[in-house]
Ligand binder design. Sequence first.
Ligand code: GLN
Length: 488
Amino acid sequence: MKINEWNIDSLTGAYRKRSLSPVEVAKYCLSAIEKRGKDLNCFLQVREDAVLASAEDLEKKFNDKAKLPLYGVPIAIKDNFLVDGWQATAASKILQGYVSPYTATSVERLEAAGALIIGKTNLDEFAMGSSNENSAYGPVKNPWDTSRVPGGSSGGSAAAVAAHLCWGALGTDTGGSIRQPASLCGVVGLKPTYGRVSRYGVIAFASSLDQVGPFGRSVNDVARMMEAMAGYDRKDATSSRSVVPVYTESVARASAKNARFGVAKELLEGLDPEVRQSFDLLVQTMVANGAKVVDVSLPHSRYALSTYYLIAPSEASSNLARYDGIHYGYRSKGSRGELEQVYLKSRGEGFGPEVKLRIMLGTYALSAGYYDAYYGKANQVRQLISQDFVQAFEKCDCVLMPTSPSVAFKFGEKAADPLKMYASDVCTLPINLAGLPSVSVPSGLSSDKLPIGVQFVGRHFEEQRILDLAAAYEKLRGPFPIAPGVRE
Ligand code: GLN
């Protein structure tokens, strides 16, 4: 097996035996990014000098640092996280040239655990999108089929992990942006409970929904990253003080025996037949291995799409007000210094069409006279969606559902029709609205050899349980195929 196929623990194990060094691995990643990453367009920034300098530093400090859990593990960061000295564009023209003055807590904690930051990944502008076609820097291609989208908004992170250009990546999930691209690219992606990982230093999209989470090639790799970055942060008022378990300890012993899974029939409508088949097969596998499956009902989830597309744009319209052409990044040259013109022209030229659409929708939904009917009402429905899950979890410990209604679609297939695009989030949105943790795991390949994913959804702060069950499934499923081109 080539180094790039090793998991995180094998990699750190080899470092500790001194049979491999972080500089060698950094060079491997840089050359793989050069060879494959350019074509996939999954990275927006790779600072070769900075990466090599960090790798050398790790080598020099071997005696102190080699025992760290992520020592020398190359990890890519979605470009809506701030990393001191690196650009942060959120894939928007309006942040072109903006260099972060400090580092996000999640990234800081990964680095403190020994991780090597390898680059910043492409995304949909301000994390708004499901296909990566909304990036101001061109779309990311899916490593399984480059005529197809990688999903969004964290498509760059998912593609980079699937193409073995790094060992893990960070993403954000506001409505599905970690799980849906993980599913479409055949990797594991975890959206933790709202408040589990600090959002400090992450460019805000919809603050009541945004959550940071890891991508990896296996559940154990994702659990390793979570251990390093989860937990209270005084710089994020919504971060939770609940204790962070050592996730990997229990993941290693995971079994499906006696687990109680809930399946909601409502959420199995309108799926691609192959997605449905893969889901049914997973359920059968779990039952054959001692799990119980019960019917649960999530009746209000059918309103999740309309609820989310009121709440998220409303909060985005408020968060994005700060990009005024003065404080950050891009300023229009045509504004001749008149204040109002600076605002209007910079925003007009700096934001892309989807972002403008959301700002307009959100501003309307929040405006006097409409607030109660839209944002207010949507928040009431959000409560009902949450309540359904509370009831479902009285009967089971984990709800199983598909991650995406379809496999990766072709470029342009949904881009012209926002409603079609929004519908690709139908399986992921209810979970964000309820603030629950969910991990997407590859469950099979379609007849076109495209990955399919299933998500394991848990109670608040029960990441451990869903990671265990996902790991148990992973063992039963066996090794997942590697994307074409990686082994060449
Ligand atoms: N696709 C959803 C949207 O466009 C979710 C995005 C996200 O989770 N960041 O809003």
